[in-house]
Write a protein that binds this ligand. Structure first.
Ligand code: ADP
Length: 488
C-alpha cells in the first residue's frame, strides 16, 4: 500500500516530477526543432521550384525572343504545359529538361500562379488559382506563408521575378503541408504516449531504488525498537549500504556502544556505592549485635556508640562526596566564580597545612612568584582541591618527608604543583587513580585507605575551572600533581 506521508513516496514523486519536467522541456525542444527543420526544408524546395520556373521561362524567352506574345506562350508552356509554338524545335531540349524537373518536384500536384505586379493572375496551373492577398506579400521580397485553402493546409512561396524584356511579376507556388503535418503529428503522438510510460517506469523503479536506499533506516528502526537497557548488544549491519547511510549506521552503532559503556559504568558505579556503604553498615550491625547479646556497662555502650558514629561519619562522607561529584559534573552553573589572587590563596593553604603535617615531621615548602596571579575561581572548591592533594601527599609520605607547594605562571596559565617524597605511583595506576572508587593496593597496612573519591572530586573541580591535571611519579621517590588553571 502507498503511504503518502513516507519519505519513499515523497522521493519517488519528486524524482518523477523532475524527470517529467525535463522530458516535457526536452520533447518540446525536439518537436519544435523538427517543426523548424521540416518547414525550412519545404521552404527551400519551394524556393528551388519557383526559381527553376522563373529560370525556365527566362531560357524559353532567350530562345524565342522577348515579345509579349512569346512571353505569354512561354509562361503558359512552363506553368500549364500547354500551347504550341511554330518554332517548337528550338525549345525541345529545354522542354525535355523542364518535364523531368516537373516530375522530380511533383509540380503537377502544386498550385502554380503567375501574377503581374498588381496581383492579377496572368496564368495559373491546372490545380487552380489561389486568391492570396498580394498586399501581404511584399512585392520585392520572397515570402513564405502557411495558408488554408479549400480545407487543405498549404505552404506558399511568393517570389518576385523580372525578365530581360522588362516588367515585374510574381510566381506563387503552394504545396500541400499534409506530409509535414503528418510527420509532426506522429512525432507528437510518440511524445504524448512515451512520456507517461517513461514516467510510470521511472516512478516504479524510483520507488524500488528509494526502498533500497532507505533500507538501513528501517533496519535502524527495528534495532532501536529491540534495544532495552538489559540488552544493548544489538547493532545494525552496515554491509552494502551507501556512504551517507554508512555514516548514519556507524553513528547509530557508536551511540549504542556509548550507551552500553554508560550502562556498564552506572552498573559498576552502583555496585561500588553499595559495597562502600555495605561495609560500614555490616560493621555497625556486627558490633551492635555482639554488644546486645548480654547486659553491658555504660562504658561499653559509650564505646559502641563511638565506633558506630565513626562508621556513620564514613558513610556520610561517601554520600556527601558523591553528591558533590554529581553537582560538579552535571550542575556546574550553581558555582559562582569570582576573581581573586591565587598567590594569597595558596599562602593561606600553606599556613594551614603546616598544622596538618606536624604529627609526621614532614616539612612543607612554598614557592610563589613575587607579583600577584589573578584567576577566576570558586574559593571553597579550590580549597577542597588543594587540601585533597595535600592530604594525599601527607598520607602517602613517610615521616621526615617533604611536601612542596609551587606556583608558576606560563602562557596565560597558572601552574600549581603539589609534590611529595612519598611512596610514588606505578605507571599502570597513574591513569586510573582519577577514576571513582579506585584505590591502589598498598602493602603498608599503616596507611589508612579512603573511599577512592578524593582524586575524582579534584579532577571535577579542575574541569569546572577549565583547567587540567596530571601526575608525574617515581616509585618510592615521590609524586607531583600538576594543576593548570587559565588566567581570567
Ligand atoms: P583516597 O580518597 O582513597 O585517597 P584518592 O582518589 O584521593 O582516594 O586517591 C586514589 C589513589 O591514588 C589512592 O588510593 C592512592 O593509592 C593514590 N594516590 C593518590 N595520591 C597519592 C600520592 N600523593 N602518592 C601516592 N599515591 C597516591
Amino acid at each position: 500500500m502507498i503511504k503518502f506521508n513516507s519519505v519513499r513516496f515523497k522521493i519517488s514523486v519528486l524524482y518523477t516530477a523532475i524527470l517529467g519536467l525535463i522530458l516535457v522541456v526536452y520533447s518540446a525542444f525536439l518537436y519544435l526543432s523538427l517543426h523548424h527543420t521540416l518547414y525550412d526544408e519545404l521552404d527551400n524546395e519551394l524556393n528551388v521550384k519557383a526559381s527553376e520556373t522563373a529560370g525556365t521561362i527566362s531560357s524559353y524567352l532567350d530562345e524565342l525572343g522577348y515579345d509579349q506574345e512569346f512571353f505569354i506562350f512561354a509562361v503558359r508552356r512552363v506553368i500549364c504545359l500547354e500551347g504550341e509554338h511554330p518554332e517548337q524545335d528550338k525549345i525541345r531540349d529545354l522542354e525535355e529538361l523542364w518535364l523531368r524537373m516537373v516530375d522530380k518536384f511533383d509540380l503537377k500536384e502544386d498550385h502554380v500562379n503567375f501574377l503581374d505586379s498588381k496581383g492579377q493572375s496572368i496564368v495559373c496551373s491546372g490545380k487552380g488559382f489561389i486568391p492570396f492577398n498580394i498586399k501581404a506579400a511584399q512585392e520585392d521580397k520572397t515570402l513564405f506563408k502557411s495558408i488554408r485553402y479549400e480545407k487543405r493546409n498549404l505552404r506558399l512561396i511568393s517570389l518576385p521575378v523580372s525578365f530581360k524584356g522588362g516588367g515585374h511579376y510574381m510566381i506563387q507556388i503552394a504545396t500541400s503541408l499534409k506530409p509535414v503535418i503528418h510527420l509532426l503529428q506522429i512525432r507528437l503522438l510518440h511524445i504524448v504516449i512515451s512520456i507517461p510510460i517513461i514516467l510510470l517506469l521511472a516512478s516504479f523503479f524510483g520507488r524500488l531504488f528509494a526502498k533500497r536506499i532507505l533500507n538501513p533506516v528501517v533496519e535502524i528502526t527495528k534495532t532501536a525498537s529491540n534495544i532495552t537497557h538489559e540488552d544493548l548488544n544489538a547493532r545494525v549491519k552496515a554491509e552494502h549500504v551507501d556512504e551517507e547511510m554508512k555514516y548514519l549506521v556507524d553513528a547509530f552503532n557508536d551511540m549504542i556502544s556509548r550507551l552500553e559503556e554508560s550502562f556498564k559504568y552506572i552498573a559498576e558505579f552502583s555496585s561500588h556505592v553499595a559495597h562502600e556503604l555495605k561495609t560500614p553498615l555490616a560493621i555497625i550491625k556486627g558490633e551492635t549485635e555482639v554488644v546486645m547479646r548480654k547486659e553491658r556497662n555504660i562504658e561499653e555502650y559509650k564505646k559502641l556508640n563511638k565506633a558506630n558514629l565513626e562508621e556513620v561519619e564514613r558513610m556520610l562522607k561517601i554520600i556527601n562526596d558523591l553528591l558533590l561529584l554529581t553537582r560538579l559534573d552535571y550542575r556546574p552553573e550553581v558555582f559562582k566564580l569570582e576573581r581573586f589572587d591565587l598567590v594569597e590563596f595558596l599562602k593561606d593553604i600553606y599556613e594551614q597545612s603546616k598544622g596538618l603535617v606536624s604529627q609526621k615531621d614532614i616539612a612543607v615548602t612554598l614557592d610563589m612568584p613575587d607579583d600577584q596571579c589573578d584567576i577566576n575561581g570558586e574559593r571553597f572548591h579550590l580549597r577542597r582541591l588543594f587540601f585533597n592533594l595535600i592530604d594525599n601527599a601527607i598520607k602517602f609520605t613517610p615521616k621526615n618527608g617533604k611536601i612542596g607547594i609551587t606556583l608558576k605562571k606560563k602562557d596565560k596559565k597558572s601552574i600549581v604543583s603539589i609534590s611529595d617524597t612519598g611512596i610514588g605511583i606505578l605507571d599502570e595506576d597513574k591513569s586510573k587513580i582519577f577514576d571513582r572508587f579506585y584505590r591502589v593496593d598498598i602493602m603498608d597496612k599503616k596507611i589508612e585507605h579512603g573511599s577512592g573519591l578524593g582524586l575524582s572530586i579534584v579532577q571535577s573541580i579542575v574541569k569546572m575551572h577549565h583547567g587540567t591535571i596530571h601526575v608525574t611519579s617515581q616509585l618510592n621517590k615521590g609524586s607531583t600533581f600538576i594543576v593548570t588553571i587559565p588566567f581570567l
